[in-house]
Design a protein around this ligand. Sequence first.
Ligand code: ATR
Length: 273
Amino acid sequence: MTKKFAVFGNPIEHSKSPPIHQHFARQFDLDIDYRKIRSTPEAFASDVERFFNNGGVGCNVTVPFKEQAFELCDALTHTAQTAGAVNTLYQDADNKLWGHNSDGAGLVNDLGKNHQVEIKDSAILILGAGGATRGILEPLISKQPASITIANRTVAKADRLASEFNSIFDIRSTGADLSGFNRAADLVINATSASLSSELPISREDVIANHTICYDLAYAAEPTTFLQWTATRGAARSIDGKGMLIEQAAVSFFTWTKMQPDTAPVIEWLAHN
Ligand code: ATR
């Protein structure tokens, strides 16, 4: 029988999730129907309810509904709890609505599996202190980096986010001038939304050395403004978020089906589509 899945967002037309999940399903001869559903803040809760009442197995949630999905759930995984946002929904046998967040695991898996980047003992600089940063902190901490510094142009937001996690890791915070980060980073992650408006969220070149890996959670057909800048500043590698998109999808797919898809052919497919 066809299993029903979906992704909720607004806008949603651009989403690559349906073909990504179809690729995964084909690896297991699984017959799935994975749709894009455009919702609104007012209709989101009833749209999700209707999806599950009509036999939906699981769904993804993207911008701008991840926080609303978090509020809607009856139960949350530990990862979703610390992320403060949900991108994966499913129901248990008692019809309880569960929320998970696969974004951070997607990043960590892409770095480790697809790019052989060692997070353990590395000095990490994260640009931005919004929801995207919150979602990746715990999975990064679990890989035991040497340090994590959050830099944000509104420094109070960076301070607040860092202090929220201080019971599990000594996260440092600083402003856009990076005055609290006087060294080259091993890993710089752009978790700001600056790429959406082609703006550069960083100006200090001395944090980039020839061993520095630079990663943008965003991706586009062309390299983002951040990755163009890091490449010309001599970074070891400048990586966009395409692999993270596939890896987070794989974590969601596993959450729903308990089947672990091979992501390599799907990453290869996305590179040409
Ligand atoms: P998201 O959920 O994608 O993280 P968000 O919560 O709105 O979105 O956070 C966006 C982040 O990008 C913030 O840290 C924001 O900085 P401020 O807190 O100072 O607003 C950051 N950001 C957005 N545009 C930026 C730009 N042009 N330069 C630097 N930082 C930017």
